[in-house]
Design a protein around this ligand. Sequence first.
Ligand SMILES: [Ca+2]
Ligand SMILES: [Ca+2]
Length: 185
Amino acid sequence: MAYHSPYRAHPQGNPPVDQSFLWNIFQRVDKDRSGVISDSELQQALSNGTWTPFNPVTVRSIIAMFDKENKGGVNFNEFAGVWKYITDWQNIFRNFDRDNSGFIDRNELKQAMTGFGYRLSDQFYGTLIEKFDRQRKGQVAFDDFIQCCIVLQRLTDVFRRYDTDQDGWIQVSYEQYLSMVFNVV
Ligand SMILES: [Ca+2]
Ligand SMILES: [Ca+2]
C-alpha cells in the first residue's frame, strides 16, 4: 500500500502567473467587490465542463484550504493559491481524460489513482465512481474528480497516522474510530 498526495505528485505545476492577469480574474470573480471571494462567487466562476453547477462541497473544500483567517472566503493573496490549485487539477484531469470525453471513467480513474500511488482493487474503483458520480453517468466530471481525490487523500492521511508500520492494516478502538471519522467529516 502506498500513499501519495495527488497534489504533491505534480510539484512542477504551472509557471507563476502574472499578477495583473490574476488581479483581473480576481475582480471579475469578486462580484460584490468585497475584496474577498466567497464560496458562491467561486462556484459561479468555475466550470465542471457540463451545464450543471460546480460541486458546492468541492468549492467549500478549496476555499477552506486557502482561507487562512476563517473568514469564509479568500482574499487576493490567497486567491493566487486557489487559482494555481485549480489549474493544476485541470491539467491533471485533462491528462487522465485520455479520450477527451470531459469525464473520467473507471479505467481512467484507475490510471489516475495508480499514478498518484494508490493501490486499490478494481471493485473499489466501482465504489469510488458510485460515490462521486453526482451526475449519474457512470463516470466523474472535473469537480467530482477533485472531490474524490480530496476525500481519498484525507481518509488516507488519517488511516496512515494509525498505520504506524505502514502495512495497510490498523486495529482501532471504537473511540479511536470516532476520532478518525471526526477528522474527516
Ligand atoms: Ca466577494
Ligand atoms: Ca474520459
